[in-house]
Design a protein around this ligand. Structure first.
Ligand code: MN
Ligand code: MN
Length: 469
């Protein structure tokens, strides 16, 4: 109908132009409250999961509470059945069986639960000038200068020769001690300050301070280190050699918290990619009996290229899908070719403080909803799966029909850098895949920031994909 108060220009603008609106101007009644409630659950998930192992434990606990059972090969499944399989304690796959055959394909949401951190080396503990330190090797892409002089926790496992696995978690409990990496005082940092950011803190200087008290009544060497070893032995029953088969990770000791006077954002360690992992998980936990089978993958090792037996390149995912398909006598390749995967991973949020690395027309903004990336990658889209136009159209329709606030996103200016996700490894399986996720400020920093609205819209987006007919 023609609006008689509109000029021709206004009418054309309304009909033809793509107008982007802040998500807060597009929320449905009651969504502010739903968003806050959802984000409270997300913050709990973050505090409980500082490593991929801990995220798996938390995801399984939530899944079991929602009626999921551990899948056993050969288990008979009917529509509405909910199952999960844990891969070596570090990744988890969940499925809700749909009404349709697996030959019609499945709806997948894949996110990763590993985050950048500092791993202890296999012979980490040493004493230097009566201070005890642990050597580290950083995991994932970090800006090393950001990891000094912040409080750190230590999480992980020590696997003993006996087969026993000792869990370690120091810093997360009430009254726990923390750790830190020292840096130069400005008074003596003249030379260091002249170096480029990327060189000022060398990787081999990321040594964690773990003790300073010498063993009493002893004349021998390394008395501080010996005190630390004695404490570790008392608490965990381990000796120095056991570090060889340990996975101990130093992670930032920050609790997830609201950011801003208006509490509209969340600051935390590990939003990349637990913010999407939690969204996909929360979405699949709410399903009852969807048309298509819904599959949620929380993968490990994305930050180092999705390598390894627990990464998205691993056949563990194919094996799980083959097992489900075998129950219906469907070849997994037939299931894959009709499947769709939302590769849920964070994207860079436009940052006005560093405007020159973004191209504003194509950037994702905080509070503009889940960001869809047709492609990621670097240079000439290298390392991208580059979803088809048809697929992007399908997702636009699905999200619009479910009133999900979404936006298009790109990982910074052309040639400013780049990055990848698990998307290409899903696409390699002959699964139509599109990247989508929450825009993050200070991605990969020890303390990252996201908008609550975008967290909630990513959950809504994942649910819309699962429920797509
Ligand atoms: Mn990521
Ligand atoms: Mn990342």
């Amino acid at each position: 109908m023609k609006d008689k108060d509109m000029t021709r220009g206004e009418e054309l603008r309304k009909a033809l132009s793509y107008d982007r609106k802040n998500g807060y101007d597009r929320l449905l009644p009651g969504e502010r409250e739903a968003m806050e409630e959802y984000c409270a659950g997300y913050k709990e998930f973050l505090d409980a999961g500082k490593t991929e192992r801990e995220c798996v434990d938390r995801a399984v606990a939530l899944a079991e509470a929602a009626g999921f059972r551990a899948y056993a090969r050969g288990m008979e499944l009917k529509p509405g059945d909910k199952v999960y399989r844990v891969n070596r304690g570090k990744s988890v796959m969940l499925a809700v069986m749909g009404k349709e055959s697996l030959a019609e394909g499945v709806h997948i949401a894949a996110a990763h639960i590993d985050s950048p951190r500092l791993d202890l080396k296999q012979n980490p503990l040493y004493e230097a000038d009566e201070l005890a330190y642990c050597k580290t090797h950083y995991y994932g892409g970090i800006r090393k200068y950001q990891w000094v002089t912040i409080p750190l926790e230590l999480h992980g496992v020590v696997a003993l020769k006996s087969g026993q696995v000792v869990r370690v978690s120091v810093g997360n409990g009430e009254g726990d001690p923390l750790f830190t990496i020292d840096d130069l005082l400005p008074h003596l940092g003249v030379e260091q300050s002249r170096k480029p950011l990327g060189e000022a803190i060398p990787g081999e200087s990321l040594n964690i301070l773990v003790g300073s008290r010498p063993l009493a009544d002893d004349e021998g060497k390394d008395r501080v280190k010996l005190t630390v070893l004695e404490l570790l032995n008392r608490k965990y029953g381990i000796v120095e050699e056991d570090f060889i088969s340990a996975e101990l990770c130093a992670v930032p000791a920050f609790r997830a918290c609201d950011i801003g006077f208006d509490r509209s954002m969340i600051g935390a360690y590990g939003h990349d990619d637990r913010v999407c992992a939690y969204a996909c998980l929360a979405a699949i936990l709410q399903l009852s009996a969807p048309e298509r089978t819904a599959v949620c993958v929380l993968a490990d090792k994305e930050e180092i290229g999705s390598e390894g037996v627990t990464g998205m390149k691993s056949a563990a995912f194919d094996t799980f899908m083959e097992d489900l398909c075998a129950g219906q006598n469907v070849p997994v390749r037939a299931c894959y070719e009709k499947s769709f995967c939302l590769s849920a991973d964070v994207t860079a949020a436009y940052d006005p403080n560093f405007a020159d690395v973004y191209e504003k027309r194509n950037s994702a903004f905080v509070n503009y909803g889940i960001g869809l990336c047709k492609y990621t990658g670097a240079r000439g889209k290298s390392g991208a799966s580059d979803a088809s136009a048809e697929l992007v159209a399908r997702v636009r329709r699905t999200l619009d029909e479910a009133s999900v606030v979404w936006q298009m996103a790109e990982l910074g200016k052309v040639d400013a850098g780049g990055g990848g996700t698990v998307a290409m490894f899903m696409a390699e399986r002959n699964i139509d895949t599109l990247d989508a996720g929450v825009p993050v400020l200070s991605m990969h920093a020890p303390f990252e920031t996201v908008g609550k609205l975008d967290c909630y819209m990513t959950f809504k987006g994942a649910k819309a994909v699962f429920e797509e007919a």
